[in-house]
Design a protein around this ligand. Structure first.
Ligand SMILES: Nc1ncnc2c1ncn2[C@@H]1O[C@H](COP(=O)(O)OP(=O)(O)O)[C@@H](O)[C@H]1O
Ligand SMILES: O=C(OP(=O)(O)O)[C@H](O)COP(=O)(O)O
Length: 427
């Protein structure tokens, strides 16, 4: 059932409290903050611009990093307010706290169509504890609650879950709507052939996703370290490759399911292998070569898929009409071990007839590095959230938003034993 969106709510002149995910990488160089990837800020623009155009007073809130309940100046959201202001070409006010007098007076000075960003929610330990009294303090800042933070929707925190119980009018934003559409509807009822490409480091993180996708996909292409746990499940030698011996049974299960359902499950037919890899200094030993066949020799480790594997994946990817890709095909951070990942990025981008969806922090990073991101139909802004959603786990930040058909709940907090939320007076 579709969730209520901001278009279903009258926002003119109202204080609209929007949870966004501005958990972006910030580096400090000579004391100056630099946002090295502003994808998540850009992704929030359609919602904010729509609210601004419709005369809402937009109050944005987010976390940044994991400050563990303490105020940490290096994790301040102030640089994000500056970047947002630059992207929107309009002033964005900033409040030094997300609750209390600083936040409340900043909110009260907002005019229609103006935007304010609150300081990092996680400077307060109550945020991650989903503390009801903290939620009520946040709720004082808005008459409408909007959740557009897909990347954090798998967390039941005060700003993603608790606060929603204290505000009558609730909706999702455009980013959340898009994420749910592509990762939900498009993958639930894919145009066929539906090809899933999975890689990355751990089977354990993704086994439930594999399981779910096995009931939908026509072909499953597996690369990355994950492939070698599947090798183990077939009793193939893996050398020193990264494997999870305690997940071999799960991999064996997945292989059996694929076979019984007639799903093509492709494992690497050759690998790029090295003797040693130094992750810290991003280099490999001089001993390295492409090893044909489905086995890794003793003392060597598979770090990328080889050219024959790329060729067999090419055929599948070119014929697909829906593609989902999660997880790099190799250690793409190190030159020489990145060919498989970039080849897959290119193949997915080249297929303009397919709906292509990419999720997962590292795969998205690789895609941006390849310069092909704008040729992908949809790139998810969620890592953990996209995996949980694909597993079929309900996301707390989505569950709290009513369906389009549901009547607005009356102020739940008014009947709460903790007492009502005292709303701020309109300006
Ligand atoms: N063969 C391999 N051996 C070791 N690490 C690998 C291998 N293939 C991929 N990786 C690593 O997997 C990591 C990404 O995995 P993961 O977190 O599952 O991806 P995503 O963030 O896209 O979901 C990368 O750091 C990459 O270096
Ligand atoms: O970046 C995030 O998650 P992700 O790295 O899994 O995409 C979200 O902002 C959630 O952050 P958290 O994992 O600290 O709760």
């Amino acid at each position: 059932m579709a969730k209520k969106t901001i278009l279903d709510v009258d926002v003119r002149g109202k204080r609209v409290l929007v949870r966004v995910d501005y958990n972006v990488p910030v580096e400090y160089v000579d004391g100056d903050p630099r946002i090295t990837d502003d994808t998540r800020i850009r992704a929030s623009l359609p919602t904010i611009q729509n609210l601004v155009k419709r005369g809402a007073r937009v109050v944005l809130m987010s976390h940044l990093g994991r400050p563990k309940g303490n105020a940490n100046p290096k994790l301040s959201l102030r640089p994000v307010a500056d970047r947002l202001s630059y992207l929107m070409q309009k002033p964005v006010a900033f409040a030094n706290d997300c609750i209390g007098p600083a936040a409340e007076s900043a909110v009260m000075s907002l005019g229609d169509g103006e935007v304010l960003l609150l300081e990092n929610l996680r400077f307060h330990p109550e945020e991650e504890k989903n503390d009801p009294s903290f939620s009520r303090q946040l709720a004082r800042l808005g008459e409408v609650y909007v959740n557009d933070a897909f990347g954090t929707a798998h967390r039941a925190h005060a700003s993603t879950e608790g606060v929603a119980h204290c505000i009558g009018e609730r909706a999702i934003g455009f980013l959340m709507e898009k994420e749910l559409h592509f990762l939900g509807e498009e993958l639930d009822n894919p145009v066929r052939p539906f090809v899933v490409i999975l890689g990355g480091a751990k089977v354990s993180d993704k086994i439930r996703v594999i399981d779910r996708l096995l009931s939908k996909a026509d072909a499953l292409l597996i690369g990355g370290a994950m492939a070698y746990t599947f090798y183990l499940a077939q009793n193939k030698p893996v050398g020193k490759s990264l494997v999870e011996p305690d997940r071999v049974e799960l991999a064996r299960d997945a292989l059996q399911k694929a076979a019984s359902r007639g799903i093509d499950l492709l494992l690497p037919v050759d690998s790029y292998i090295v003797q040693e890899i130094d992750f810290e200094n991003r280099q490999t030993s001089p001993g390295r070569y492409t090893k044909p066949g489905e086995e890794i020799p003793e003392g060597w480790r598979g770090v990328d898929i080889g050219p024959a594997t790329i060729a067999s994946m090419r055929k599948k990817i070119a014929g697909a009409r829906t593609i989902f890709w999660n997880g790099p095909m190799g250690v793409f951070e190190i030159r020489g071990c990145d060919k498989g990942t970039f080849a897959v990025a290119e193949m997915v981008a080249e297929n303009r007839d397919a709906v292509s969806i990419v999720g997962g922090g590292d795969s998205v990073k690789a895609l941006h590095r390849s310069g092909l991101a704008d040729r992908i139909t949809f790139i998810s802004t969620g890592g953990g959230a996209s995996l949980e959603f694909l597993e079929g786990t309900p996301l707390p930040g989505v569950s709290v938003i009513p369906d389009k058909s549901e009547k607005e709940e009356s102020h739940k907090a008014a009947s709460s034993s903790d007492g009502p939320t005292e709303a701020l007076l309109p300006a």
